[in-house]
Design a protein around this ligand. Structure first.
Ligand code: HEM
Ligand code: NAG
Length: 497
């Protein structure tokens, strides 16, 4: 009897999986044969998601607007051509406004932030927060950033004197942590001077988790209702407690002492107190709760320091490999400084070659390697008979597109001239997506680019970088990291000029 039931259960399971895996075939969509249980995700913990998605993209490219793959047993549509990418991200945005990322407002309040929020709630908050990131606001925050950069320069000088071999990824993360801490929280995080400062320690914790936790997060992502029913929290408890506390203290302090500052926190506090001043209050949003304020601060923090510091470290790595390009970048800084007199906001905007170097490193190493969108209502793919079902997932393989030889000949070569005005204007704009595109693109793009430019300008002005024997060429990527991060850090020899 039991044996009979067991055989029956296995048979049913096999049929269920087979049926799931015939999804794309039945619909006549080009797809890649999945294997149970991970589908086309491969063996996690072995290869970074960017490489896995690039392989899928390379294999399917040419078979139309999109192709079919599987995350576990869930079908996922992979965008293949740039017209379709544009359609999804911009033209038919109404069908693709959400991201389909696991969050749990009740058990894990910090996870319900702008990146994960959905529908009207997202739209209303996005509209309000957009005003925090205008170029006017960036200009106001600029002195804060250069203040931190000045401290950074001093620290580099003393480290360079000690022997000159420096792990740049960590020190850059300490720089961006202090910048974002200052601009988002109005706090001296002090991680430049104290490598074990709380903010830095928490920041590290957010981006390093074991294979087991990663698997749980991927599963929660695929089976979100079950995960919510099980009260699954993706964010580490200690991290949650720390951030909630830091935000509550800051808000309390500012409210008690009537402190107004030009930073992200100031605007969030206004949104929290919107009730009191009638007319401010949006019917669909309501006033933000303290948890919601904390969640937005949290996303600015995590989105703000790791992406920018990895982008800067890859840029320095490539410039250390190629001294000619490094000299050219340094000359750009020196000449622009001479023209403007000092490191002003306008001077930084005027460093075009630095900009090209940063963009080329964002091309070769996009910190966020895929974009995801949830299909929020059944969608007929233009020019085909295919319907993308409500609730299914759409992926734009940014890393694959950035490494496609059709758009970027010899894609593994680092060449800032790809972003010279002449070459840039000849390319389809949708083959460069480090910040995503459309109404749901990166809200902090200006801020991220600005802190990367300032950091690089300060470094190149005073130091020369060469490769240390401790860093592998080409870089090895950590398979489990949510952003594109190199293994063993980035060791460079630093010489004061
Ligand atoms: C080099 C630095 C950065 C890179 C490469 C980057 C990249 C991205 C990407 C690819 C997305 C998804 C876009 C899409 O789906 O179309 C995103 C979203 C987002 N980023 Fe960034 N980012 C950077 C810096 C920042 C900074 C400094 C902040 C905040 C201070 C920030 C805050 C956000 C937020 C809140 C979202 C979600 C926006 C929404 O869903 O409405 N990012 N970022
Ligand atoms: C670099 O990329 C940013 C973001 O896409 C863009 O605004 C800027 O114009 C680009 N600069 C160059 C030199 O390509």
């Amino acid at each position: 009897m039991w044996l009979y039931l067991a055989v029956l259960a296995v048979t049913v399971a096999v049929f269920w999986v087979r049926r799931k895996y015939s999804y794309w075939e039945e619909r006549g969509v080009a797809y890649i044969k999945p294997t149970f249980p991970a589908g086309n995700l491969g063996v996690r913990g072995k290869q970074h998601i960017s490489a896995v998605m690039k392989r899928c993209y390379d294999q399917l490219k040419g078979s139309g607007a999109f192709g079919g793959i599987f995350f576990f047993t869930n079908p996922v549509a992979l965008a293949l051509d740039l017209d379709f990418v544009k359609t999804v991200l911009i033209k038919d945005f109404d069908y693709f406004h959400d991201r389909s990322v696991y969050y749990n407002e009740k058990d894990d309040p910090l996870s319900a932030h702008l990146f994960t929020m959905e529908g009207t709630k997202w739209r209303n908050l996005r509209t309000k927060l957009t005003s925090t990131f205008t170029s006017g606001k960036m200009k106001m925050m600029f002195p804060t950033i250069t203040g931190v950069a000045e401290e950074f320069r001093k620290l580099m000088a003393s480290e360079a004197q000690k022997g000159g071999e420096i792990e740049m990824k960590e020190i850059l993360a300490r720089f961006t942590t202090d910048v974002i801490g200052n601009c988002a929280f109005g706090l001296e995080c002090n991680s430049l001077h104290d490598p074990d400062a709380e903010f830095r320690r928490m920041g590290k914790k957010i981006f390093s988790f074991g294979t087991w936790k990663l698997i749980l997060i991927i599963l929660a992502q695929q089976f979100r209702n079950i995960a919510r029913a099980l009260h699954f929290a993706a964010i580490d408890k200690e991290v949650s407690r720390f951030f909630m506390g830091a935000v509550k203290d800051t808000v309390e302090y500012r409210e008690k002492n009537n402190v107004e500052r030009n930073d992200f926190m100031n605007l969030l506090i206004k949104l929290k107190n919107a009730e009191q001043s009638k007319g401010d209050l949006d019917s669909n949003l309501g006033a933000l709760s303290i948890e919601e304020v904390a969640a937005q601060s949290f996303v600015f923090f995590i989105a703000g320091f790791e992406t920018s510091s990895t982008a800067m470290s890859y840029c320095l790595y490539e410039l250390a490999l190629n001294s000619e390009l490094q000299d050219k970048a340094r000359a750009d800084v020196m000449e622009t400084l001479k023209k403007h007199g000092s490191m002003t906001y306008e001077a930084i905007q005027d460093m075009h070659y630095i900009d090209q170097c940063i963009n080329e490193s964002l091309r070769k190493y996009p910190p966020v390697t895929i974009l995801t969108r949830k299909v929020s209502k059944a969608y007929k793919v233009p020019g085909t008979n295919h319907i993308l079902e409500q609730g299914s997932t759409m992926i734009v393989p940014v890393y694959g597109i950035h490494h496609d030889a059709e758009y970027y000949p010899d894609p593994e070569r680092y060449d800032p001239d790809r972003f010279s005005p002449a070459q840039f204007s000849q390319r389809n704009p949708y083959c460069f997506l480090p910040f995503g595109e459309g109404p749901r693109n990166c809200i902090g793009m200006r801020f991220g680019l600005m802190q990367a430019r300032v950091g690089l300008a300060y470094l190149l002005k005073d130091f020369r970088f060469t490769l240390s024997g401790k860093t592998s060429v080409p870089l090895k990527i950590i398979p489990n990291s949510p952003v594109l991060t190199s293994e063993g850090g980035l060791w460079l020899n630093v010489q004061k000029l």
